[in-house]
Structures are given as C-alpha cells and as structure tokens.
Design a protein around this ligand. Sequence first.
Ligand code: C2O
Ligand code: CU
Length: 465
Amino acid sequence: MTTFSRRAFLGTVALGLAGCSSDNPLVLPTDPLVSRTESTRGGTGRTRAVTLTATRSQVDLGGPVVDTWTYDGALPGKELRVSAGDLVEARLVNRLPTDTSIHWHGLALRNDMDGAPPVTQAATEPEEEFTYRFVAPTPGTYWFHPHTGTQLDRGLYAPFIVEDPVEPGRYDAEWVVVLDDWLDGTGTNPDEALAGLRRRGGHSMRGMSGLGGDVAHAHHLINGRIAASPVTFAAKPGRRVRIRFINAAADTAYRVALGGHRMTVTHTDGFPVAPMDTGALVIGMGERYDVLVTLADGAFPLVALAEGKNATARAVVRTASGSVSDARPAELDGRVVTYDQLEATEPLDVRKPDVVHRMALTGGMMSYEWGINGRAGDMTPARVRSGQRVRLEFANTTMMWHPMHLHGHTFQLDGPRKDTVIVLPGQTVACEFDADNPGQWMVHCHNAYHAEAGMMAVLGYEESR
Ligand code: C2O
Ligand code: CU
C-alpha cells in the first residue's frame, strides 16, 4: 500500500519535516517564491481558457464500445494547443465518482499548478472544480493526465502542444499520434487490474528490447482506435510532416515505424536534438518524440508494436488511393535509435553537481510492491536548493524496466534532454539539471501500476539560508 493519503494536502510533506527540525524549511507550493519565479519568466500576455470535464463516458474504439472515463467524452481528449508564454486557464470540472487532478506532463510550470496531490494540491472531489492557471514555459510536445490512483489507465489523457513563436517550421503538416494500452470497460478496470497484481503478483512479459509489461491489455490504440479500424492521416506525396508521438500508455512501451519510410528524430520530450535518421523508435510510457518524415506515394501502415505483448496498434498514412499492406513493416526489425545517439542542440552546460541524489529503484513482481530506496510512496523529500546543479542517479535493482519521470524540470542525459527516461534492469542512469523551479516535485515510475504500488518519491526545494 502507498503510505500517503491523497486527501491530506501537504500533510505528509510537513510530517517528513517534523522528524528533522534542524533542516531548512521546505519551499512549499504555496510559497510566494513559486509565483515570483513564474512572473520573472515573462509571457505573451495572451490567455487561453478551456474547460475540461472529467466524466464517465462510452467510447467507440472502432468496434469495441467501452464504458470509461474521459475528458468531455473524447478519446484522446481534445488537444490543447498554445504558444510558449501564453497563460493557460484550464478549469477542471470533476464529474467522476471519485477524486481527480490534472498533471501537465513535462512542463516546467509553477509548482502549485503541477496537479500532483497530495504534494502540490488537494485532489479535486466529485462535483467540485479546480482551475489551473499557469504560463506555458517552453515549446514542445507535452500531454496531460490525472495524477490520482490508476486513472492514467482510463481514457483521461490528451495532447498538450506548446508552439514555438519562432518555429523554423520546415514542414508542411503536423500530426499528433497518441499511443495507449487499453483495458477499461473490457470486463475489468485499472483498479481491479492493480488489485489482481497485488493478490497474485505479476508475471512480466518481455519483448526483444527487454521491455515488457505487467498487465495484458485487451487493446492497443492509436488516437483512440484499435488496429482493425485505424485512423487515417492523409497528405500529398512529397510533403514533409512533423509527427509528434506521445506514449500515454500505463504499462506498455511501443516500437513505432512508418512502413516504407525513414524518420528523422528532431525532439525528445519537447527539446530539440540534432536531426537523427532512424527506421524505428522505442517509446516508453510518458516519453515523447517528434520526427520529420517525407511522404512517399501510396498507403502505408504506421505501426506501434507493444513491446513484449505480441500486439500492435496501427494507423494509416495515405498519399494515394490503394490498399495498405497488413504485413509488419520491415523497419520494425531494424535498428532503433538509442539515447546515446541523440544529442541535444541546446544542452545544459557541463558543471560539477552541487548535490547528488541516488535513487535505487526497488521491489519486485511477486509481492507487487515497488519503491525508491526501499520505501514505498515515501513523501520525505530529497532536498535541493535553488541555483544548485543537481544530479539524480536512478539505479535499477529490480528485474523490470522503469520509465522514470521527474516533474517540473527537463534533465540532461548523456546526449538528449528529457523528462522521462527508460532505466533497464541493472542499469544506472544519471540525470542532471539546474534547480531553477522552486517547489515540491514528484519523481516516479511512469508505469501507472508501479507508481501506484509505491515507486514514487519527492524532490523538494528547501530555503537557502
Ligand atoms: Cu505523466 Cu507524474 O506524470
Ligand atoms: Cu516501474
């Protein structure tokens, strides 16, 4: 069981403090420093207002009709698109039978709007509402989802695109491709799936990359559709298209390829990299990749292979009439791009870290208890101070892989910049960033079941004195 209560706002953080009264006070989300930090960043002066109603709905996956929870009945939820510097005013109305929240995945926004109960706010109760108000800081491909229980594995997710006001725009069209594993309303739901894992332990499935999952999802979706009735993306041959891939799954890494095409990777988790050519990409939960593709003449399968699960999600890319081949694109069996082949074009400067936090990823499938440094859902923060260069080391001591995600910051890997990073069994990955966004920030595995079973921690700013 996770050791924190979702209703108690900051209660546990304060408790974590009580034990060691000699420590400096924490910079809580309510600290005036949080809004002051945002106001120093400037903005466009434009406001983008939207209402997001989290509600029970029935959704057609392209054949199977399922009862689930969505934002406003849409799957994925309607894309939210703003320019960097815009003030976002997103009103969450909770029509679910339980508490909820919205987290803006990947954004270095102000801490009190991060949507991570109980650390940054109290969860929004049924029939209540909460308005998120923040300046969208940096351009890129992001998304949003609840940060409450296993709700990420329902239909509550949508793309959040922050456009670059000075985008070089060397493409003719842009497509957003959202990947998801689906089980809700297929005779089970995410809460039952988690209860089952806790009762019986998991049996992990593995693919050729060593990646796999714990739950056998009934369907795999691209933009809300099963492979048998795919969405079609249409354009003229020869056009250059920017594809923004978002993995919104709870428990599945996808290997993606566009049959008959090479892709040029341009961004990792919103941040630019030197263009890198590849046939296929592996995308862990929470990760995003932007690629450029020059379209050939014909109809082509855009395939996302569920790693270790012997299942696929599919879409169609069409520039001419004719049928699309059912065969598995050869690109899927070629080389996939790896982090160390990618190079951020705006890298963090090289500096000696002021503070190093080692986070051992712990736990196992049998007990289905996961943790960080042996503790499940421990809200005692790993401390940093504004201005420090921080090094986080994720050391995976488990037999499973974990896509580790840090809120409120984009870190530098050896190569690209990211906010979510795959850590393989036995591997240690170092992430460096500047502590420039004061507050209390979650660090966790983006496997929704691992996170809920305890693989969650807090990185907390303390006052410098
Ligand atoms: Cu995408 Cu803590 O989340
Ligand atoms: Cu995990």
